[in-house]
Design a protein around this ligand. Structure first.
Ligand code: TYM
Length: 332
């Protein structure tokens, strides 16, 4: 039986963090044996904020290295740069004809970005979800491992697939967001507000490249209070976040110990944060070390990306020929 097709990507803006790991990369690694996987560095998507050309290549290589450091095996998956697959922008152009200004303007991520960068509300920002749909549909993927923040983009990709079907005939499967064994996740920031992110609140985000002491410092600064005053009290969101992070990186019995202490009102948040800091360091340090040695091996990364792009283009070129034929662009 042929394996199900999986696609996902990570923008090459800023450093990867725990949210990227638990929302996306952890799933990539778990899926690589059982699915036909295409994972890419979304360098075109990063152009919406006009990065300095000098930084672009290093960013792309770093994201690739960090993916491999987290356990992705480039022999098993196609790992490539989005811009190495010209069929993606071709499909993006086709899908743009099926995407409407009104619906694009309503997308919450567009509204948020337009608020944050009022002097740079470019067309690429508006059509960001269309490019994302092209990334996914180009391989006719069915599953897309992502964090909760991408849910709406996936819904739009399904809409575009449906619209294509009603105009030109059924062709693209409708892709669904995916997280192993549970709902999509959102890794919260350490300040109790919002999520960990590449570009905002660096002090409340744990990056996979953070040094041990910086990780300790960030965790020890996480907001707490004087503790619950009655047994089994409801947790305030900032405390819940600390438990959530502990659930991700600590042993189950450690988590249970602090849960019990919370419920019995004997919890000492200082101790809990110290434990979390050590467990976090033990989790991040090996990834950081592997990524940094891989990053120095540019020849290897170049080869991996080139091989990945060849595999991705093989699949993408079949899709684009069929999409052209269905649309009626086949003259020779
Ligand atoms: P990006 O680069 O912002 O994030 C990459 C992946 O990490 C997930 N993520 C999180 N998950 C949980 N908690 C968080 N705090 C957190 N922060 C980020 C994201 O959900 C994502 O899975 N538009 C995409 C990149 C992209 C893409 C695609 C993804 C381009 N084309 C096609 C899937 C399929 C983005 O900017 O992700």
């Amino acid at each position: 039986m042929s394996k199900e097709i999986v696609v996902s990507g990570i923008r090459s803006t800023g450093y990867l963090h725990l949210g990227n790991y638990f929302g996306a990369m952890r799933n990539y690694v778990k899926m690589q044996d059982d699915y036909n996987c295409y994972f890419f560095v979304a360098d075109y998507h990063s152009l919406t904020t006009h990065p300095d050309p000098k930084d672009l290549k290093a960013n792309v290589f770093r994201v690739a290295a960090e993916n491999i450091a987290c356990g992705l095996d480039p022999q098993k998956v196609a790992l490539y740069a989005q811009s190495d697959v010209p069929e993606i922008p071709e499909l993006y152009l086709m899908l743009n004809m099926l995407a409407y200004k009104g619906e694009l303007e309503k997308v919450p991520t567009f509204k948020e970005k337009a608020r944050n960068q009022p002097d740079n509300i470019n067309a690429g920002l508006l059509t960001y979800p269309v490019l994302m749909a092209a990334d996914i549909l180009i391989h006719r993927a069915v599953k897309v491992p992502v964090g909760k923040d991408q849910e709406q983009h996936l819904e739009m990709a399904r809409n575009f697939a449906q619209r294509f079907a009603s105009r030109y005939g059924a062709f693209f499967p409708e892709p669904v967001p995916f997280n192993f064994g549970s709902n999509l996740i959102k890794v919260p920031s350490l300040d109790g507000e919002g999520k960990m992110s590449k570009s905002e609140n660096a002090n409340a985000t744990i990056y996979l490249a953070d040094e041990d002491d910086l990780i300790r410092k960030k965790i020890m600064k996480a907001k707490t209070d004087s503790g619950p005053t009655e047994p089994n009290a409801e947790m305030p969101p900032y405390i819940e976040n600390i438990f959530l992070l502990m659930e991700l990186v600590s042993q189950a019995d450690t988590l249970q110990f602090f849960r019990d202490a919370y419920n019995a009102c004997t919890i000492r948040y200082g101790d809990m944060k110290k434990q979390l800091a050590e467990d976090m360091v033990a989790f991040v340090a090996p990834i950081r070390q592997r990524a940094s040695s891989l990053q120095n091996d540019e020849a290897l990364l170049r080869k991996i990306l080139k091989d990945g792009a060849e595999r991705a283009r093989e699949s993408a070129s079949q899709t684009i020929s069929e999409a052209r034929r269905l649309i009626g662009i086949n003259y020779y």
